[in-house]
Design a protein around this ligand. Structure first.
Ligand SMILES: [Zn+2]
Length: 244
């Protein structure tokens, strides 16, 4: 084979690789975010999805969209919610699997709100393998580690606009005029359960349920712990370090 022929062959093979999206530079980034409520991961996941140009799959929004769209899964999910029951794990997993099978997730995704238990983590591992196999996948669990006092203080000082829903924090992210929304001029309100006692109980439950999950990912060597005490920009810089 002449040098020229060989070069052409190489180029063709490279093109095939690129087409499959499995070249060395196009590792599928599969990122999941773990962290208690009010740890700031919502803001960061949105920002990261934009930065990496990956879909942000938020479990809560996904479920709401299925229900609103009255899809077969959505109708079943609604029947549980209407009875005041939790949507079964298998159903949530099936909804997530459908979403992660879509074309825009081929190069990766950022998943939020799932998994919440060991059982769900195993389900996710299985569906990842079923959808795309394990070759070329770069899976990381990003854990937002935040001091409990900071978390509680974030919750207790949280206020939201009664008109547009914008979230503020009277200590860390106050409005320009006290009690008035910067965006729309609406009145700020405090949620009834945003008090110290409820916040504490919520975190204790959270840590109890999530601790096994954190160990699970740690043992697999894919856990990246982020110190989430700090400003949005400080935490953002730390995230960029661990997703490289
Ligand atoms: Zn507002």
């Amino acid at each position: 084979m002449s040098v020229k022929e060989k070069n052409i062959k190489d180029v063709i093979s490279q093109l095939h690789q690129m087409k499959k999206g499995q070249g060395a530079q196009t590792m599928r980034k599969q990122l999941i975010f773990l962290g208690p409520p009010a740890c700031g991961k919502g803001t960061q996941t949105n920002r990261l999805a934009e930065y990496l140009n990956l879909p942000h799959v938020d479990t809560g929004s996904l479920l709401r969209a299925e229900i609103q769209g009255q899809t077969p899964n959505g109708i079943v999910a609604k029947s549980f919610i209407d009875k005041g029951q939790l949507v079964p794990v298998e159903l949530v997993a099936s909804i997530i699997k459908d979403r992660l099978s879509q074309e825009d997730c081929q190069n990766g995704y950022i998943l939020d709100g799932f998994p919440r238990s060991l059982e769900q983590a195993e389900a996710l591992e299985e569906m990842n393998a079923e959808i795309n196999g394990t070759d070329g996948s770069d899976f990381r669990a990003i854990y937002f580690d935040l001091d409990q006092e900071v978390l509680i203080s974030r919750i207790v000082n949280r206020r939201s606009c009664s008109a547009c829903g914008e979230i503020y924090n009277i200590k860390f992210h106050p409005t320009k005029v006290e009690g008035i929304c910067d965006k729309c001029g609406g009145k700020l309100t405090q949620r009834k359960d945003d008090n110290e006692e409820t916040a504490k109980a919520r975190f204790e439950t959270y840590f109890r349920e999530t601790a096994p999950l954190i160990d699970f990912y740690k043992n697999k060597g894919v856990l990246k712990t982020i110190n989430a005490n700090g400003s949005i920009d400080e935490v953002w810089e730390r995230i960029l370090e661990v997703i490289k």
